[in-house]
Write a protein that binds this ligand. Structure first.
Ligand code: FES
Ligand SMILES: [Fe+2]
Length: 336
């Protein structure tokens, strides 16, 4: 996949030194990994290996076999629900335990339990998420699900992916940057209120008169971000749309952005047309941001003025995803 617009500046933009936040992050769409498939994931400035067992469940481990170091994402196989190393055919389960060695029955209890670090991995609403934490601390919150659909099930209408050359903190920050809406997108910033924080979510709800293709009407825009990797925006006016966004650091200066756009079921032809136009417009807007993201500097002390929006409050809240000093180091599993 190519970035929508490549970086043109050759100057140092100050993102490479930024930390990578901990959290749940999208690493694939569910349908992109079929039964028996093995994928080497390259995210968070590292690699890990994901496979889908015969039972349909995903599992994820660190990339190198603890026996003699083969890469478990290259020439390996799925056997039942286990991953088989290509080098000497040791088999590992989803806990990183050895289940079989073809040339010996002598496998120590600790090796059977776990000798290969694992990654928490879950599938929600057709998206595969992995929990990243630099010290491998356990997940601190649950992955957000789509809100309840008022009538039936949400209809997935569009699914898009982009790679942008910027730290993942920048993408949700865009919504707090009120002054760019007119300049970049040619739209007035929605009448915004500052966000509330509750636990690991950031929430913002606006009910106001909205400019729609059918004139001014009461509308609702509700933004809920869960952790640094997930945000959902619900638009309800002449149409009713959910924009589900996941941002995932490939490294500190490269971000994989995924969108799934849903609408309510049972739309009339007219409402479907308005809904599709809204979706096209949302996509156009994020693509207008990309050349700017791909070339901008990381300014930790931006020169802000009145009307810029709660950018610093957003960053202050975000800082907690960089703060893992109190999280314990993971227990080291040593083979006996
Ligand atoms: S290196 Fe994996 S089984 Fe030997
Ligand atoms: Fe934008």
């Amino acid at each position: 996949m190519n970035p929508i617009d490549v970086t043109t500046t050759t100057l140092d933009r100050g993102y490479a030194e930024m930390p990578i936040p901990f959290g749940w992050f999208a690493i694939a769409l569910s349908h992109e990994i079929s039964n028996g498939q093995i994928v080497t994931m390259k995210y968070f400035g590292t690699e890990f290996v994901v496979w889908r067992g015969g039972d349909g469940t995903l599992r994820a481990v660190d990339p190198f076999c603890p026996h003699l170091g083969a890469h478990l994402g290259v020439a390996s196989d799925v056997v039942g629900n286990d991953l088989r190393c290509p080098y000497h055919h040791w088999q590992f389960n989803g806990e990183g335990g050895v289940t079989k060695i073809p040339y010996t029955d002598v496998i120590s209890p600790s090796m059977k339990r776990s000798c290969l670090p694992t990654w928490p991995i879950e599938e929600v609403d057709g998206v595969v998420y992995a929990w990243f934490h630099p010290k491998k601390a356990a997940p601190k919150w649950e992955i957000a699900r789509l809100p309840e659909c008022p009538n039936g099930d949400w209809v997935l209408a569009r699914s898009k992916q982009w790679i942008v050359n910027v730290h993942c903190r920048e993408i949700p920050e865009n919504g707090q940057d009120y002054a760019h809406f007119g300049a970049v997108h040619g739209v007035p910033s929605s009448p915004s209120t500052e966000f509330d924080v509750e636990g690991w979510t950031r929430h913002n709800k606006v009910v106001a008169d909205m400019n729609t293709p059918k004139g001014l009407m009461k509308g609702r825009i509700e933004v809920t971000a869960t952790g640094p990797g997930q945000s959902m925006v619900e638009y309800e006016d002449v149409t009713h749309v959910i924009q589900s966004q996941q941002v995932t650091p490939i490294d500190a200066q490269t971000t994989h952005v995924r969108w799934q756009l849903y609408h309510i079921p049972g739309l009339s032809e007219g409402k479907l047309r308005v809904t599709q136009a809204r979706m096209r417009d949302l996509i156009k807007q994020i693509e207008q941001d990309m050349p700017i993201w791909n070339n901008k500097l990381n300014l930790e002390k931006p020169l802000l003025v009145q009307g810029d929006g709660p950018i610093l409050a957003y960053r202050k809240n975000y800082d907690r995803y960089f703060d893992y000093s109190d999280d314990p180091e993971p227990a080291v599993v040593a083979a006996e």
